[in-house]
Design a protein around this ligand. Structure first.
Ligand SMILES: Cc1cn([C@H]2C[C@H](O)[C@@H](COP(=O)(O)OP(=O)(O)O)O2)c(=O)[nH]c1=O
Length: 177
């Protein structure tokens, strides 16, 4: 179909993202929430915005919803996280990959934890709830949010569903413009 796609991640590989990753084991709460949000604003200006203006599709692994979720593990209030993250360049589509706590925990154990949040066995159920709550709060802004229940899907099937959702969104935006 010839669409130009740029794939990226949050935290980014830029200076603020590197700092956020470096400090995650030893810092917590408001400091980390601000660092991850700063990385998101910086990446929107330096990487994502310019590519969107060139007409590319930008896919990012984690975005605003992660910022509205992760530091709740450290007790940061949702209102603080929302105020920090909702003004960031809004996504045209947010896809939430969901799964039962058992299957998410099983996959995490097989893959290995990437940070101290994922080390705690009880964190999975909390995080799933936090993500659903963040998605509900994001939805009140009019954001387009889709859920893919990955419990019984392999990665290829998840990717297929995600690609269809992206294409639907792109077509919808083209028709509306
Ligand atoms: C984007 C973002 C990430 N994080 C943390 C938690 C994530 O697990 C980690 C991302 O590290 P990563 O190694 O990409 O882990 P995963 O594969 O689980 O995404 O960064 C936050 O705490 N807040 C944020 O806003």
């Amino acid at each position: 179909m010839g669409l130009a796609v740029h794939h990226t991640t949050q935290p980014s590989t830029g200076p603020v993202g590197i700092l956020a990753r470096q400090l995650t084991p030893t810092t917590a709460g408001h400091t980390l929430a601000c660092l991850y949000a700063a990385d998101r604003y910086h990446q929107a200006v330096t990487e994502i915005g310019p590519r969107l203006r060139e007409g590319q599709i930008v896919i990012t692994d984690r975005y605003t919803t992660s910022g509205m979720t992760m530091q709740r593990h450290d007790g940061v209030e949702p209102t603080f996280l929302d105020a920090l993250n909702l003004p960031v360049l809004p996504a045209d589509l947010t896809i939430l990959l969901t799964g039962t706590p058992d299957i998410v925990r099983h996959r995490l154990t097989n893959r290995g934890a990437h940070n101290r949040y994922q080390d705690r066995p009880d964190s999975t159920t909390n995080e799933i709830n936090y993500f659903h709550q963040a998605a509900d709060r994001l939805a009140t802004t009019g954001a387009r949010i889709a859920h893919i229940d990955t419990t019984n899907l392999d990665p290829e099937a998840v990717a297929d569903q995600a690609a269809s959702l992206v294409l639907q969104t792109v077509h919808g935006m083209k028709e509306a413009s």
